[in-house]
Design a protein around this ligand. Sequence first.
Ligand SMILES: [Zn+2]
Ligand SMILES: [Zn+2]
Length: 337
Amino acid sequence: MATQLPAFMKAMVLEITNTPLVLKLVPVPVPLPEQVLIKVIACGLCRTDLHIVDEDLKHPKLPLIPGHEIIGIIVRIGERVKNVQNGDYVGVSWLGYTCGKCKYCLRGNENLCSNAEFTGYTIDGGYAEYTLANEQYCFKLTEKYGNSSAAPLLCAGLIGFRSYNMINKKAVNIGIYGFGAAAHIIIQIANYLGKHIFVFTKPGDINAQQFAANLGAFWTGDSSQSPPEKLDAAIIFAPEGSLIPKALKDTDKAGMVICGGIYMTDIPSFTYDILWEERSIHSVANLTRKDGDDFFKILTKISLTTRIISYKLSDANQALNDLRNGNIQGAAVLSIH
Ligand SMILES: [Zn+2]
Ligand SMILES: [Zn+2]
């Protein structure tokens, strides 16, 4: 039995890059056999959305409905869908599809799949009243997560978690450069695991430093400062290439510098001595479904809180501007149903 669904839905659409999204009435999509139709409860905003709108990331599908931090409820299923049903709460993240056949998929690196589809980039996402998702790429959620507060978990949380997991498990002193949506989630997990978190913000961003301190940061300062102790590892969430040599200088021998973002400005050249002694630099690309399973498993043990700023769907441009201008402490979310 099909739930009574409207024929049309509101969506915020990117028609041309570098222009504001346009509020449009578009047909509610129909799921293919392996897809589900999701009534969107909320969709978080991610810095990647800005990189898509601003064309730092090339060749998005156009017109495009952005958004890859989707919380919703399934309202229609395709005929071959097996593992979820109408009424289930699900989360949808950036990884929208992988081929399962390329060499990356076959060796367990589906995050690097050559034929991947990305939600809100190469396929439509969650800045809309409804969205489609491939069944295999929905994370089944308990009702506890069926609300706006959970939306940032689907990218900020997941990519932050993948970045964090790249670090040597024995690392204690961990630097975080850029204290936004991802950092405010990961600091809570790291604290639970007994790590000392050193937070670096933009120079003068006292509000972000205070926010980090309230969430249990071991030390806070700005990116022009050196930490009081050498770091075992660093995670860079801010899209500033100049933070790579800075973080290398802040790390101890064998220190790992993890770049959590999809885009960074150019990295200034640096002398070999700051990389010497087995320091390393890694980027984090996308996520795997296993990351999601592991992440939601650890969330059953931690009482994690997210700080969100809610916007109406039609205010998505305002929300993107606030994110662009650094006016958000925590995570911006479109609260839709
Ligand atoms: Zn994202
Ligand atoms: Zn593949």
